[in-house]
Design a protein around this ligand. Sequence first.
Ligand SMILES: *Cc1c(COP(=O)(O)O)cnc(C)c1O
Length: 399
Amino acid sequence: MTQTPPDRAQETLLSHAGRDPAGNFGIVNPPVYHASTVLFPTLAALEASDRNPFEGVNYGRTGTPTSQAFEAAVSQLEGGWRAVTAASGLSAIATALSAFTASGDHILVTDSAYGPTRRFCNEVLRGYGVETEYYDPLIGAGIARLIRPSTRVVFLESPGSLTFEVQDIPAVAAAARAAAAGGPLTLMIDNTWASPLYFKPFDHGIDVSLHAATKYMVGHSDAMLGVIVTNQASFEPVKRTAMRFGTCAGPDDVYLGLRGLRTMAVRLARHQESGLALADWLARRPEVARVLHPGRPGDPGHALWRRDFTGASGLFAAVLRPCSKAAVAAMLDHLALFGIGYSWGGFESLALPVYPARIRSAVPWSEPGPVIRFHAGLENIDDLIRDLDQGFARLSAAL
Ligand SMILES: *Cc1c(COP(=O)(O)O)cnc(C)c1O
C-alpha cells in the first residue's frame, strides 16, 4: 500500500525531484518548453507516438518535458504513481470527477467541500445525469450506509474548506470499499490544505489526490495551476479524460509551480508556525467565539489530525461572537497587512468573511456569528498580531 518513497526526506526530494542538470547543459533548473507542434522525423515515428499516448511528447496539449517534470516531482513527493497537470485546481477536480462518472452514476461528496467543487457537481455533473449526495464530513465508517450499486466516487476534503473538520479518512476509505464489494469505486481527496508534504493520501486508502497548485506549490499568488496525482490503476482513466477535455496548463505557470516546490517545505513550516500563533492569540480574544484549527489541542479534529497528518498549513478560521456586517467591515477594511480576497497559499496574509451556512446541505451550519477565514502569510508574527489587535478595536467601536 505504502507508495511513499522511503529513501529520501521530503526536503531533499523538493530540492532534487523533476530536475536533470546533466541532460540540460548543467543548468540547475529544467527549461520551459513553449510548445504546440511537435515534429516527428518520419510518419512511422509519429504513428508510434500516437499508439503510445501515455508516454513521451506528442503535442503541446498532452504534455511537455516541463509539465512532465512538475508531475514527476509532485507524484514522487506525494507517493502517487503519476500525475496530470491542469490549468487550475478546479480544472483538476472537474477532470478527475469526470474521469470516473457517467450518466446514471451516484457520487458521495463531503458537505465541507470547496464551494466551486459543489457547483461543478450540482450544475455540470447533474446535467450529465450524475447524482451527487452530500455527506456529513464526520461520518467515518458510516459512509457504508450511503454506498449504492451505482456509487462510483467518494470525494473527501480534509480539513474541510471554510470549516476545517477533519475526516476519518482511513475509516471512510475502508468502509466505502467494503460496502462497494469490489465494484468500481474511486476515492478522491482534495488535499490542497495539507499539500503533499503534510498528508500522504496514498498511504490512507485514497486513489486520486487533487491539488490547487495555485496555493502552496506556486506559493507567490502569481499563477493558476492544478495537479491530479493518481495511483497506478487511476492514471489511465484520468489522463485519457484530461486529453479529451484538453486539460493542460501554460508552460510558464507550470514552471512557477515547479520552482515553488523547491522552497515549499520552509515556507510551509513558517505558515504553520504563524497560523498556530495567530489561532492561539485569536482564541484568547473576547470577540472570538471559536477558532477552527485542527492543529490546536481541544479542536474537535485534533486527534485525527495528529494521527494522520504531519503538519498544518497556515489556513484556518475563527467564528466571531455575533456582530453586524458593518462591524466586520470596520475591522477588515482597514487592516494594513491582511488582504481581502480569494485564494490563499501565497506569502501574504489574508482575512476573508466566509459563509458556510449558505452552501451546507447535509449538516446545517449552526454557528450564529460571522466566520472569518485567515491565511497566515510570511510576515513577522508580531506585526500581524498588532494589525489584528487594531482591527478588533475598530470592530468593538462599531458594535
Ligand atoms: C483554491 C482551491 C481550489 C481551486 O483551486 P484554483 O486553482 O483556484 O482553481 C480547490 N480546492 C481548494 C480546497 C481550494 O482552496
